[in-house]
Design a binder for this molecule. Structure first.
Ligand code: FES
Length: 83
């Protein structure tokens, strides 16, 4: 989420500043990357459950993805409702 904000990516509003309550950082993680991410916490899942365009297999909150070198090249897309 911070990488998106720092690079003015449209569609990532991050209204709550990364507190896992707004879902305005909702992204789809490409499926082959999903297994490399730390699984969504219960709080993240509750917030995602209220999201428009939820895709249980790919939806994540960008603010909960901690970028590491292992995620270099990570590809995400925005739900249609955020484009
Ligand atoms: S910035 Fe609000 S849930 Fe991610």
């Amino acid at each position: 989420m911070l990488a998106a904000i720092d690079n003015a990516v449209p569609g990532i509003d991050a209204d709550c500043g990364g507190q896992c309550v707004c879902a305005t950082c909702h992204v789809y993680v490409d499926e082959h990357w999903s297994e490399r991410l730390v699984p969504a916490s219960q709080t993240e899942q509750w917030t995602l459950d209220g999201s428009v365009d939820l895709d249980p297999a790919r939806s994540r909150l960008a603010c909960q993805i901690v970028l590491t070198e292992a995620l270099d090249g990570l590809t995400v897309t925005l739900p249609q409702s955020q484009r």
